[in-house]
Design a protein around this ligand. Structure first.
Ligand code: SF4
Length: 243
C-alpha cells in the first residue's frame, strides 16, 4: 500500500482521478467527431493493428490518433501503472489456459505484493462471495468484503417508487454499490474483486472505488452468470429493446 493511496479517499478526489483518465482535450475532440469518423473496429477486416508490419486500417482506424495513442502510452509509464500492467501480462502468460480467473486474480495480487484485498459481492451470489473470500484468505491475503445490501437502506430513500421495484410488497434494501466502494476505500484495500454486481451497480462501484478493481463474475440472471452464452445463442434469445 502506498501512502498516497491511503490518503486519497475523498469522493471528489476519486471523481477527479476518473476524469483524468482521458485528457480533457482528447475527450472534447472525440465528442466532435463526425459519425463516419467514429471508430468501428468491429467492422474492420484488415486488423492491421495485429501485425508487426502494420499497414493501412480503414479510414476511421483509431490507430491514426497519434496524439491520443501517445497519451495512452504515457500513462503506462507511471511507476504504479507500469508495474500493474506488466504484472497482468505476466500472469496471463504464466497461467494461459490453465488457471481459472480466480486463480489468476490471486496470482496477480500476490505478484503485485498486495496484502489487503476488497471483495464487493452481490447478495444473490453470497455463497460464491464466501468461497472467493475464503480462498483468498487461504492464499494469505487479508480480505475485506462488503455485500451489496450493506446499510440496509430502503429503496425509497434513494427515490425509487413501488412501481419501479420487482416486489413492492416486501421491504427490500437497495443495492448500494457506492457505499460498497466507499467502505472498501475506507478500509484502504489495495485491489478489489467484484463478484456479480448488477449492470449499472457495477459501473457505480467502479466509478467510486479508489483501488483498481477486477471483475470476477459478471451477473447474468438469465444465463447462470455467463453473459457470453447469449452471444453464442444469438439474437433470438435477446429480443429487441425497441419493442
Ligand atoms: S485499430 Fe484499425 S486496424 Fe485495428 S481493428 Fe481497429 S480499425 Fe482495424
Amino acid at each position: 500500500m502506498t501512502s498516497s493511496r491511503r490518503d486519497n479517499r475523498v469522493p471528489e478526489q476519486v471523481e477527479a482521478r476518473v476524469a483524468q483518465r482521458v485528457p480533457e482535450q482528447v475527450e472534447a475532440r472525440v465528442a466532435q467527431r463526425a459519425p463516419e469518423q467514429l471508430f468501428t473496429c468491429d467492422s474492420c477486416d484488415s486488423r492491421s493493428c495485429t501485425r508487426e508490419e502494420g499497414g493501412r486500417g480503414p479510414g476511421n482506424c483509431p490507430a491514426g490518433q497519434e496524439e491520443l495513442m501517445s497519451a495512452a502510452l504515457g500513462q503506462y509509464k507511471s511507476e504504479e501503472l507500469n508495474a500493474f500492467y506488466r504484472c497482468s501480462v505476466q500472469v496471463a502468460a504464466a497461467g494461459k489456459g490453465r488457471w481459472p480467473r480466480l486463480r489468476e486474480t490471486a496470482e496477480f495480487a500476490r505478484r503485485m505484493g498486495y496484502r489487503q484485498l476488497g471483495v464487493a459481492f452481490c447478495g444473490g451470489l453470497r455463497e460464491e462471495g464466501r468461497f472467493v473470500c475464503a480462498y483468498l484468505r487461504r492464499q494469505g491475503f487479508t480480505v475485506v468484503s462488503v455485500m451489496c445490501k450493506t446499510g440496509g437502506v430502503s429503496k425509497e430513500q434513494a427515490g425509487i417508487g413501488d412501481e419501479e421495484k420487482a416486489g413492492p410488497e416486501n421491504f427490500k434494501p437497495m443495492c448500494n454499490p457506492i457505499a460498497q466502494a466507499m467502505l472498501l476505500n475506507e478500509a484502504a484495500t489495495e485491489f478489489n474483486v467484484m463478484v456479480g454486481l448488477c449492470v449499472g451497480h457495477d459501473a457505480l462501484f467502479l466509478k467510486y472505488a479508489q483501488a483498481l478493481t477486477t471483475v470476477l463474475i459478471a451477473k447474468d440472471r438469465a444465463l447462470a452468470n455467463n453473459p457470453v452464452e447469449a452471444i453464442r445463442r444469438g439474437e433470438s434469445c435477446l429480443g429487441d429493446v425497441r419493442e
